[in-house]
Design a protein around this ligand. Structure first.
Ligand code: GLN
Length: 565
């Protein structure tokens, strides 16, 4: 069966929310019974975002197969509920790396290797790759950046060639642009979109659908103008109004028939059957949205991390809270607190009135002391605590120092000479560390100890969770920690590595070496986030701090005394 390819480009400016439009269309088509996946092509030279600073690029999203990818893949998974993989995120760096490796291995038989055809062919190969698995009916491809960017040109040429080769019934171009409102003129302006479409046309690409971001409803005359001058059907000029929540966008797109136009233009009824005539069933989504928008109360949770200045650095954690909050009938208000600022003197005033504390993942020493202090506060005051990756490692350090009495206990990531290296590289990792590449990445099995809190939360004996870290809890000291009361309730069965730690006497004190935030989806928040939010609600109820709802949107509060990298 012929796979259908939808290409989504952006114009005028970046940050218009292409990823959300792709994810929304994907979900609508999925709810019509199609098998859909979304892939992102990023025109930068980095081979993957793994080494990029979270300040510059936002969160690195990790897939089951251990790919370090763009955070848009997180939106795709959360909206579609289907896992992605390395093949879903390709960068210019990766494309060139493949071509150069082939050239070094003689694959081009001595020919001159050029952008046209070799780079373009490599891009086309990746664009078609997931389609060739026959696992999907529709592949949505998002092109990063904005039309007209120098580095984006090879991608537009690849799309042009694929449209030519696969034909109009199998390919569709969606162009997302900005239609700004000019106060002085008192109207929405179509000109930037016209220019953007002209640029697209100069690469041989005519958009089929225009999705226009705007801050107010689109009057008919502007719609007519956009359609006429951009050569697009009038009903295919879609208004993407600013929404309160990204989770409203699928419904806004459905209202305007984005999926219907895609189904028609791609001749899906002929190719996939009459069932494609039926509108997608979005009842479940509407229910979720109602829960999200009509919370019964607000619970305040602190997110302690060092990258809080970038709004997307903890994207999946923030979204996991939105999803788990909705499932529990509350709005989670996240107070993002810069870990560098926390000291024994101010911890009470910074964290004294939150109902839960999450200590975030991270790399490098900055902010560690503050994280340890936040955890001590949570443990001593029985405030629900959830530590993720570095957050779990800090919980072990805190316990070693303040409960076991090993005052200088540390992770060897931060103190190579510590007397008690409770977090350390594994012996086999030490051997390969000289060669770089020692990160434990992707999905690993975790065996859950019966009778533990983790077992109660998951309701399963084994789970698979995603990883992105180098250091591990040191098995040499593990039994000593256990003697003092720390439980190790999740373990990697193959390598006997600790995955989950718990303090059983507290209401909720769990640290996990893996990243549960990557596996929350709409309608299916991760069980650990779900349970943590429940515990925070219980704590808020006990302390009379469950607040009445403040409003539909999630408000974030940030404490920033200093702002360093
Ligand atoms: N820096 C820690 C390690 O490498 C934790 C990493 C993380 O939080 N993702 O093990």
């Amino acid at each position: 069966m012929q796979t259908k390819y939808v290409f989504v480009t952006g114009g005028v400016t970046s940050s218009l929310g292409k990823g959300i439009i792709c994810a929304s269309l994907g979900r609508l088509l999925e709810n019509r019974g199609l098998r859909v996946t979304i892939q992102k092509f990023d025109p930068y030279i980095n081979v993957d975002p793994g080494t990029m600073n979270p300040y510059e690029h936002g969160e690195v999203y990790v897939t089951d197969d251990g790919a370090e990818t763009d955070l848009d893949l997180g939106h795709y998974e959360r909206f579609l509920g289907v896992p992605t993989s390395q093949a879903n995120n390709v960068t210019t760096g990766r494309v060139y790396l493949e071509v150069i490796n082939k050239e070094r291995n003689g694959a081009y038989l001595g020919k001159t290797v050029q952008v046209v055809p070799h780079i373009i062919d490599e891009i086309k190969h990746w664009m078609l790759k997931l389609g060739e698995t026959e696992d999907y009916d529709v592949i949505i491809t998002e092109i990063g950046g904005t039309v007209g960017d120098i580095e984006g040109q090879p991608y537009l040429e690849a799309i042009r060639q694929l449209r030519y080769e696969l034909g109009p019934r199998n390919t569709l171009n969606i162009h997302l642009t900005l239609v700004p409102y000019l106060e002085a003129a008192g109207e929405l302006k179509s000109k930037p979109t016209q220019h953007s479409v002209k640029t697209l046309l100069s690469f041989g690409l005519q958009p089929d659908i225009l999705v226009c971001r705007m801050d107010r409803p689109l009057p008919d005359d502007v719609k007519r103008k956009l359609a006429l001058f951009c050569n697009v059907e009038q009903r295919a000029v879609i208004a993407a109004l600013d929404a309160e929540s990204i989770y409203e966008v699928p419904l806004l797109m459905k209202e305007q028939g984005l999926d219907t136009i895609a189904v028609e233009r791609l001749r899906m009824v002929e190719d996939f059957g009459a069932r494609l005539l039926d509108a997608p069933d979005m009842d479940g989504w509407v229910r979720f949205l109602r829960q999200l928008k009509e919370p019964e109360g607000t619970v305040r949770i602190a997110l302690v991390g060092k990258y809080i200045l970038h709004q997307d650095a903890y994207k999946s954690i923030c979204e996991s809270f939105i999803l788990a909050g909705a499932a529990n009938g509350v709005e989670v208000q996240l107070d993002q607190i810069l870990s560098d600022d926390i000291t024994p003197e101010n911890v009470e005033s910074l964290l004294g009135d939150v109902s839960g504390i999450l200590v975030a993942p991270g790399f490098g020493e900055r902010g560690i002391a503050g994280k340890v202090e936040a955890i001590r506060f949570a443990r001593e005051n029985n405030v629900p605590f959830f530590g993720i990756c570095l957050g779990m490692q800090c919980a072990v350090i805190e316990f070693a120092r303040n409960v076991c009495g090993w005052k200088t206990a540390h992770s060897t990531e931060f103190d190579a000479e510590t007397s008690h290296p409770v977090i350390d590289l594994m012996v086999e990792q030490k051997a390969i560390s000289e060669k770089g590449g020692t990160m434990r990445l992707g999905s690993y099995t975790c065996k859950i100890q019966e009778g533990s809190k983790a077992s109660e939360i998951y309701g399963r004996k084994t789970v698979k969770e995603r990883h992105r870290h180098r250091y591990e809890l040191n098995n040499v000291l593990r039994y000593k920690l256990a003697e003092s009361g720390m439980l190790f309730t999740g373990v990697n069965p193959k390598r006997d590595l600790v995955e989950i730690v718990e303090l059983p006497d507290l209401r909720f004190f769990i640290g996990v070496q893996f990243h549960p935030e990557y596996k929350s989806t709409v309608g299916n928040p991760h069980p650990l986030f779900n349970a943590f939010v429940k515990a925070c609600i219980a704590h808020a109820t006990d302390t009379n701090s469950l607040e009445k709802p403040k409003g539909p949107s999630q408000k974030k509060k940030r404490h920033l005394a200093s702002a360093k990298m």
